[in-house]
Design a protein around this ligand. Structure first.
Ligand code: PGA
Length: 256
C-alpha cells in the first residue's frame, strides 16, 4: 500500500569525482530492492546529472534534489527552480529540512509554496518535519510537528496527499549520533499518521510513507524500520559510505 524508502541526503559533501565514485558503487551494489521498496539519492545540484548518468543502468535508484526555489522562475540569482529540476528528469526533492529552516530561515508558508511548485512539475516532495531538543524536553513535540504539517501541507488536495512522503527528523538526533529510540520514532510516526487521517481520512493517511531521519546507520536501521509506522529512513552521514547505505537499504521492511 505504501512504499518503504531508503533515502540518502548527501548534504553539502563530496567532490564531483567522489560523488561519481559513490554513485557507481551504489549502481552496482544496490541489487536487493524488492517491489514496493525504493532507493532515493539526495544529491547536491551540480552533481545531479553526473550521478544520474552513473546510476542510469540501475532501475531501482531514483534521484532527489535537496531543495528548490520558492519562486517559479525569473531574476532570483543563485536559485534553482522545480521547473529546472523537472527539465533534467529529477523525480524527488527534499523540502523543509531542518538545516534549511534553521540556517536559511525558511518559513512554513515558503515551504508550502515550494511543495506546490514541486508538485506542479510532477516532482514528489520529501517533506521534513521534526522538533528541536528544547521542545522534546518539554514534551510538546506532537503539537510542534502538527503545526509544521498543517501550515505547509494541509492546503493540499486528497489526491496530492496520496502516496506523499514525509520525513520525521528530530533535530536533536541529526548528525549527533543520538538516535530517537525506535519507540519514540513509532510514537511520533503514528501521531503524524493520525494527524493526516484527521484531515484526509484513513486510506490516504495509510498511503503516506513516513521516513525516520537522525543518525540512522547500518547498526540501528533494522530495529528502527521494524516499527509499523516507520516506512524507511532519510539518511545523512551513513549514506556517504556505499556499504553502510546498502546495508540500510537491505534493512527495509518488505514493501506492501
Ligand atoms: P544524519 O542526517 O543521518 O547524518 O543524522 C539525517 C538528515 O539530516 O537527513
Amino acid at each position: 500500500m505504501r512504499k518503504q524508502i531508503a533515502a540518502a541526503n548527501w548534504k553539502m559533501n563530496l567532490t564531483a569525482s567522489q560523488a561519481q565514485e559513490l554513485a557507481a558503487a551504489l549502481a552496482t551494489g544496490v541489487t536487493q530492492v524488492q517491489p514496493g521498496q525504493q532507493v532515493i539519492l539526495g544529491v547536491p545540484f551540480p552533481y545531479l546529472v553526473l550521478v544520474q548518468n552513473k546510476v542510469a543502468g540501475n532501475k531501482n535508484i531514483f534521484l532527489s534534489a535537496q531543495n528548490c526555489a520558492d519562486k517559479k522562475n525569473g531574476a532570483y540569482t543563485g536559485e534553482t527552480s522545480a521547473e529546472m529540476l523537472h527539465s533534467i528528469s529529477i523525480p524527488y526533492v527534499i523540502i523543509g529540512h531542518s538545516e534549511r529552516r534553521e540556517y536559511y530561515h525558511e518559513t512554513h508558508s515558503q515551504l508550502a509554496t515550494k511543495v506546490d511548485l514541486a508538485l506542479a512539475q510532477d516532482i514528489q516532495p520529501i517533506f521534513c518535519c521534526g522538533e528541536p531538543l528544547h521542545v522534546r524536553e518539554t514534551n510538546t513535540q506532537n503539537v510542534f510537528v502538527e503545526k509544521q504539517l498543517k501550515e505547509s501541507l494541509f492546503h493540499l488536495s486528497d489526491a496530492q496527499m496520496k502516496n506523499f512522503i514525509i520525513a520525521y527528523e528530530p533535530i536533536w538526533a541529526i548528525g549527533t549520533g543520538k538516535t530517537a529510540s525506535s519507540d519514540q520514532a513509532q510514537e511520533m510516526h503514528a501521531h503524524i499518521r493520525q494527524v493526516l487521517a484527521s484531515k484526509y481520512g484513513n486510506e490516504t493517511a495509510e498511503s503516506v510513507s513516513i521516513l525516520y531521519g537522525g543518525s540512522v546507520k547500518a547498526a540501528n536501521a533494522t530495529e528502527i524500520f521494524s516499527k509499523p509506522d516507520v516506512d524507511g529512513g532519510l539518511v545523512g552521514g551513513a549514506s556517504l559510505v556505499a556499504t553502510e547505505f546498502i546495508s540500510i537499504i537491505e534493512s527495509l521492511k518488505p514493501g506492501s
